[in-house]
Ligand binder design. Structure first.
Ligand SMILES: C[S@@+](CC[C@H](N)C(=O)[O-])C[C@H]1O[C@@H](n2cnc3c(N)ncnc32)[C@H](O)[C@@H]1O
Length: 220
């Protein structure tokens, strides 16, 4: 695992096993805000709910969780945030991530995302409940219904087994009606797998150097 700095100054990691970085080299914070966080909160306005339930596939550096927490506080919208990570980072890596020097956030709070106990619910402030599961999406079971899924696995080239109709069908079932799945990939095979799983698929403008990203909507 190698620490790298992206174009907006924020860190990402290069994972040698996957052969790719955790975020776009054009900006980790810019990408996370564009693909996941802003879209999730915009969706909140569409569903007219008083809270947002978010599931993240791949906690990784914790950047999506951190930005979502900051946004929930800023907009005063209650978020329940559940995140899956089968391969948690070690402290010598996450302690070096520079997000708190770029964002209005206390480093101790960010570290506590990482060293919190799995399956423990933590209320960070009035608007943000957080829980981490040590689970692969393939094995994940839940009674929850989510409004938004952040699908942030390694790419379809690196992890083809994650981007299948079967996995997307499973995620479709745990989304509420009008719930959405968001991902940075706009690959044709991903679009087709999402459609085959039942999603209405929208191609949106991507972050940084990426032309497009995908949003899948559950219609029934
Ligand atoms: C591209 S990284 C993105 C992580 C994160 N969202 C971030 O902002 O740092 C993909 C993450 O998915 C995790 N992952 C790998 N296989 C997985 C699986 N089967 N189920 C859930 N997560 C998985 C990896 O360990 C890694 O942390």
């Amino acid at each position: 695992m190698e620490l790298r700095t992206t174009s907006d100054g924020s860190h990402t990691l290069f994972c040698t096993a996957a052969g790719e970085t955790y975020h776009s080299s054009a900006g980790a914070i810019v990408e996370a805000m564009h693909v996941y966080v802003s879209k999730a909160f915009d969706e909140f306005e569409n569903i007219c709910s008083n809270s947002l339930k978010i599931l993240e596939i791949g906690f990784g550096t914790g950047l999506n969780a951190l930005l979502t927490m900051l946004e929930s506080q800023k907009r005063q919208i209650y978020v329940y945030y559940e995140t899956l990570e089968p391969f948690p980072l070690s402290a010598d890596i996450y302690e070096r991530l520079n997000y708190c020097s770029l964002l209005p956030c206390d480093q101790k709070l960010f570290i506590s995302f990482h060293n919190s106990v799995f399956d423990k619910y933590i209320e960070y402030h009035d608007c943000f409940t957080f829980v981490k599961r040590r689970a692969c999406v393939e094995d994940f079971v839940t009674d929850n219904q989510f409004d938004v899924i952040y699908f942030d696995a390694f790419s379809p080239n690196a992890q083809p087994e994650m981007w299948t109709e079967n996995i997307f069908q499973k995620l479709y079932k745990i989304l509420s009606c009008k719930g959405i799945i968001l991902t940075y990939s706009s690959k044709g095979s991903v679009k087709r797998a999402l459609r085959a799983a039942g999603f209405k698929v929208l191609r949106l403008s991507g972050a940084g150097s990426k032309h497009h990203m995908l949003k899948g909507v559950k219609l029934d």
